[in-house]
Ligand binder design. Structure first.
Ligand code: MG
Length: 222
């Protein structure tokens, strides 16, 4: 069981694309660094985490974990002023949505959902949005497990891709992440997870997946 209300999500009789938001649809790490600078801080990409790697520009001392968590919240609160879409994401999802349902599944506290909704709407990304910090695999399972249609999951975090792989059979898993200094420290995804260089590449992988699944489904039984 998942502790998240998904009853308002209505899926059509067509493929499903579940898509992470931060650093997949909206730039996160770049804008967050600019936000930190505006607050007198600096992010040092020394490992794949925010906590412990943000220092005060005044004295170079790492700021406390609690304050880092507060800064992340303040950033999400003000996200409409900072976050911008990734290259080609708006037109690519628009095109894919002609043949598939698109759903945003964002690992963000639900209390910032309104800001995110407004920001996505402003960009023309009108697809439904679920904001939760719960593991993603059980949520995609709850949404899709009873359907026999193609499903795709896109995320920049190996942890989330592995969670969906462990809960959803036959899901095309796409690892899409920015080429940022901190993402060079990101944990690698498993070998059976496809790495996409950008949204154009992701779209190719998705269209191929839909095509091959449709063909095998239409093939007569042996
Ligand atoms: Mg992300």
């Amino acid at each position: 069981m998942i502790e998240l209300d998904i009853s308002h999500i209505r899926l059509g009789e067509r493929p499903l694309i579940v898509c992470d938001v931060d650093d997949v649809v909206l730039q996160f790490i770049g804008p967050f660094q600019l936000f930190l600078q505006s607050q007198g801080h600096e992010f040092l990409p020394r490992s794949f985490r925010l906590h412990g790697n943000i220092v005060s520009k005044a004295d170079g001392v790492a700021i406390e974990d609690q304050q880092v968590s507060r800064l992340i919240e303040e950033f999400f609160e003000a996200q409409e002023l900072w976050q911008t879409p990734l290259d080609r994401v708006v037109e690519t999802l628009g095109r894919l949505s002609e043949e598939a349902d698109v759903l945003f599944l964002t690992a963000m506290q639900p209390r910032f959902q309104e800001q995110r909704r407004r920001l996505l709407d402003r960009m023309g990304l009108l697809f439904p949005l679920l904001a939760t910090e719960q593991p993603k695999g059980p949520i995609v399972h709850a949404l899709h497990a009873s359907r026999s249609l193609p499903v795709v999951f896109i995320d920049d975090m190996a942890r989330n891709l592995h969670s969906v792989r462990d809960h959803v059979a036959d899901c095309l898993l796409i690892h899409l992440m920015p080429n940022s200094p901190v993402h060079r420290f990101a944990p690698a995804a498993a070998d059976d997870i496809t790495r996409a260089a950008d949204w154009a590449h992701a779209a190719e992988l998705i269209e191929t997946h839909f095509l091959s699944n449709t063909v095998s489904r239409a093939a007569p039984a042996a």
